[in-house]
Design a protein around this ligand. Structure first.
Ligand code: MG
Ligand code: MG
Length: 266
């Protein structure tokens, strides 16, 4: 069952999305050499709660923190730890969720820590643009896998990146994870029709090496099987007659989507 949101419910999701977007900007600045992932988690939780929102990750299926912090070969679901300190040259995926009046926002960025290798900068740029290509392919009346296909063809055109297949995007609304599941690869024109009131979290994950993954002994942290570095970007968006409205982007997505973006960002 795909949950169709009212305009008032989407407005609540925008409030949650702005809290998530602001939190990630704080974390982007704070992710410096010498800072621990536990400190980043504390910054995030403080900001989310100060904003009158609730951190959705904390306690989700027993997850102990308000963000996921995944360094280098960690793809997603890394657990923040005050003994895990960032080093110059690392990349870190920061994934964050917040709830306002029962409505969710979910987004992630991967950022460089200090000075990182050129191939890591490129990994991040390709993954982030793949996210925007996916969102930009969504149209009212189109199909879910139009997004999947746009993500895949963009990445494939950039080189030999491994596209993670075990994890993907999802519907979002009154719960963080809802139907439908959204793959980051595949043929276009399939799956549910995209209609007004749907909200989706799009989240490509790509590796410098093989697409293959494994889960560490903490039962959370997903890493690349070959130890290569991985990037992850995510936004929550909905569709309007004017185009995608990216609920977790501070500008609603206008800068990255250009005229495809909804003019309703506020
Ligand atoms: Mg997320
Ligand atoms: Mg998500």
């Amino acid at each position: 069952m795909i949950e169709i949101k009212t305009e008032a419910e989407i407005a609540k999701m925008r409030e949650a999305g702005l809290v998530v977007g602001q939190t990630l900007e704080l974390l982007r600045s704070a992710a410096q050499p010498g800072v621990s992932t536990g400190e980043l988690d504390a910054i995030a939780e403080q900001h989310i709660r100060d904003s009158g929102a609730v951190p959705s990750f904390k306690g989700y299926q027993g997850f102990p923190a308000s963000i996921c912090a995944s360094i280098n070969d960690e793809i997603v679901h890394g657990i923040p730890d005050r003994f895990r300190v960032l080093r110059d040259g690392d990349i870190i995926s920061l994934d964050c969720g917040a709830i306002v009046d029962g409505w969710h926002g979910d987004a992630a960025i991967t950022v460089p820590v200090g000075a990182v290798a050129p191939e890591l900068h490129r990994l991040l740029a390709v993954c982030e643009e793949a996210l925007w290509q996916g969102i930009g392919a969504a149209r009212l009346g189109g199909r879910l896998t139009d997004i999947s296909h746009a993500i895949e063809i963009f990445i494939r055109a950039q080189g030999r990146y491994g596209i993670v297949e075990e994890y993907g995007g999802h519907g979002i609304g009154s719960r963080m994870h809802q139907d439908p599941h959204l793959l980051n690869y595949g043929r276009p024109g399939r799956g549910p029709r995209l209609v007004k009131g749907m909200a989706l979290a799009v989240e490509p994950m790509i590796n410098i090496g093989s697409r293959k993954t494994k889960v560490l002994g903490d039962d959370w942290t997903v890493v690349t099987e070959d130890g290569s570095c991985s990037a992850h970007f995510e936004h929550t968006f909905t569709l309007t007659e004017d185009g995608p409205w990216v609920l977790t982007a501070l500008d609603g997505g206008t800068a990255r989507l250009g005229r495809d973006a909804a003019a309703v960002s506020s």
